[in-house]
Design a binder for this molecule. Structure first.
Ligand SMILES: Cc1cc2nc3c(=O)[nH]c(=O)nc-3n(C[C@H](O)[C@H](O)[C@H](O)COP(=O)(O)O)c2cc1C
Length: 361
């Protein structure tokens, strides 16, 4: 059985180890969604991860939901990302881009001309976002027309091309955590009565059409998808997660997606109930492919899921924020730096590029 430190094959990519860095929003881009000057150093410091999945990156101006998040739809944004991917590659790393549309988790002050956020149905979330005024309740969204849906699918395709131009090694479609695609998938947020609402097949349609659009730019062996089927973060829920996500996993297997990346719930952020955890175990059976788990893992927990054959890789979120050399630290079973939540979202180099590696301690 593999260890966390063994290399692995992901599509045509050979990865150095099975300790992955999941997407982590850091809100240090400028108001045009162009990555900040320290982002290349931040990601390069973490290039020893088997795979870096870069922070959620909006596919369009309407896909933005928090202040200072990066985009991947303009030339300037693409050029800034290219510097980052080049730096990671020079350090021997591999980096995917997480394509993101927040849907209803946004605020009119963050959107062009104060527009309303988009959503499958006009249901306001009991959730907050960060704007120029600090934390604020999200705005009432507008139900998307069929034309809005087609435009959004094309936005994902355009962003996928920009990500290719920016030198990424692959794409992760963000279908987790209560954002647009998840809002379509789960029935608490999707109350449409057209071909994008109702049955699981209909609620999965946006995701699968986005997948196929991205696949016009990237081969399937470069496209993974992220889910969090049992967490309720951002006011989301499904009446039958097992049925809904089994169907989706089977469809993605049929399409030969390169991986599923599942957030099982995480202490202090988004817990999963015991029932939810049991559902995730059932769901795992519907996906025979490469499986990445995430959520509050430590060294032993990560090793255990590899040893049992449950997962092929483990992603460590907050540990990677605070430990740029996490694989080496885990290998030595060394003490880990403690992450500081006050510098997670926004700010300068403090809590971003200044966590020391072992050799500096
Ligand atoms: C600061 C911060 C930013 C995050 N940003 C994203 C994101 O951009 N995309 C995403 O899918 N998940 C995001 N997450 C969730 C993490 O990827 C991960 O699921 C979570 O931290 C649980 O893993 P951990 O217990 O190893 O930290 C974020 C979490 C944190 C703490």
């Amino acid at each position: 059985m593999p260890t966390l430190f063994d290399s692995t094959q992901l599509g045509s990519l050979t990865l150095n180890n099975r300790i992955f860095m999941p997407p982590l929003t850091r809100c240090r881009a400028d108001t045009d969604g162009v990555q900040g000057e320290h982002a290349a150093e931040y990601y390069a410091q973490r290039a020893s991860a088997g795979l870096i999945i870069a922070e959620a990156t909006q596919v369009s101006a309407l896909g933005k939901g928090y202040i200072n998040t990066p985009g991947i739809y303009t030339q300037q944004q693409t050029t800034a990302w290219k510097t980052i991917t080049d730096t990671v590659h020079q350090k021997g790393g591999t980096i995917f881009c997480q394509l993101w549309h927040v849907g209803r988790i946004s605020h009119t002050s963050l959107l062009p001309a104060g527009k309303q956020p988009l959503a499958p149905s006009a249901i306001q979330a009991q959730a907050q976002t960060f704007t120029a005024n600090g934390p604020e309740n999200v705005s009432l969204p507008r139900a998307m027309t069929l034309e809005d849906i087609q435009t959004t699918i094309q936005d994902f395709k355009h962003a996928a091309q920009c990500a290719k131009d920016a030198g990424f090694d692959g794409i992760e479609i963000h279908a987790a955590n209560g954002y647009l695609i998840d809002q379509f998938i789960r029935d608490k947020t999707n109350q449409r009565d057209d071909q994008y609402g109702g049955s699981a097949e209909n609620r999965a349609r946006l995701l699968l059409e986005v997948f196929d659009a991205v696949n016009e730019i990237w081969p399937v062996e470069s496209i993974g998808v992220r889910f969090a089927p049992t967490i309720t973060f951002n006011d989301i829920e499904d009446s039958d997660p097992l049925g809904t996500f089994s169907y989706i996993y089977e469809q993605l297997h049929h399409r030969k997606a390169v991986y599923l990346h599942v957030c099982e719930g995480a202490a202090g952020i988004s817990e999963s109930s015991e029932e939810g955890k049991a559902i995730l175990k059932q769901l795992r059976k519907a996906w025979p492919g490469f499986y990445i788990v995430n959520g509050s893992y430590d060294l032993q927990g990560g090793q255990d899921v590899l040893t049992s054959g449950y997962a092929d890789a483990v992603s460590y979120g907050r540990p990677f924020i605070a430990n740029p050399d996490l694989p080496e630290r885990l290998k030595q079973n060394a003490k880990l730096n403690t992450p500081d939540p006050s510098s997670f979202y926004g700010g300068d180099t403090k809590g971003y590029t200044d966590y020391p590696a072992l050799e500096q301690v």
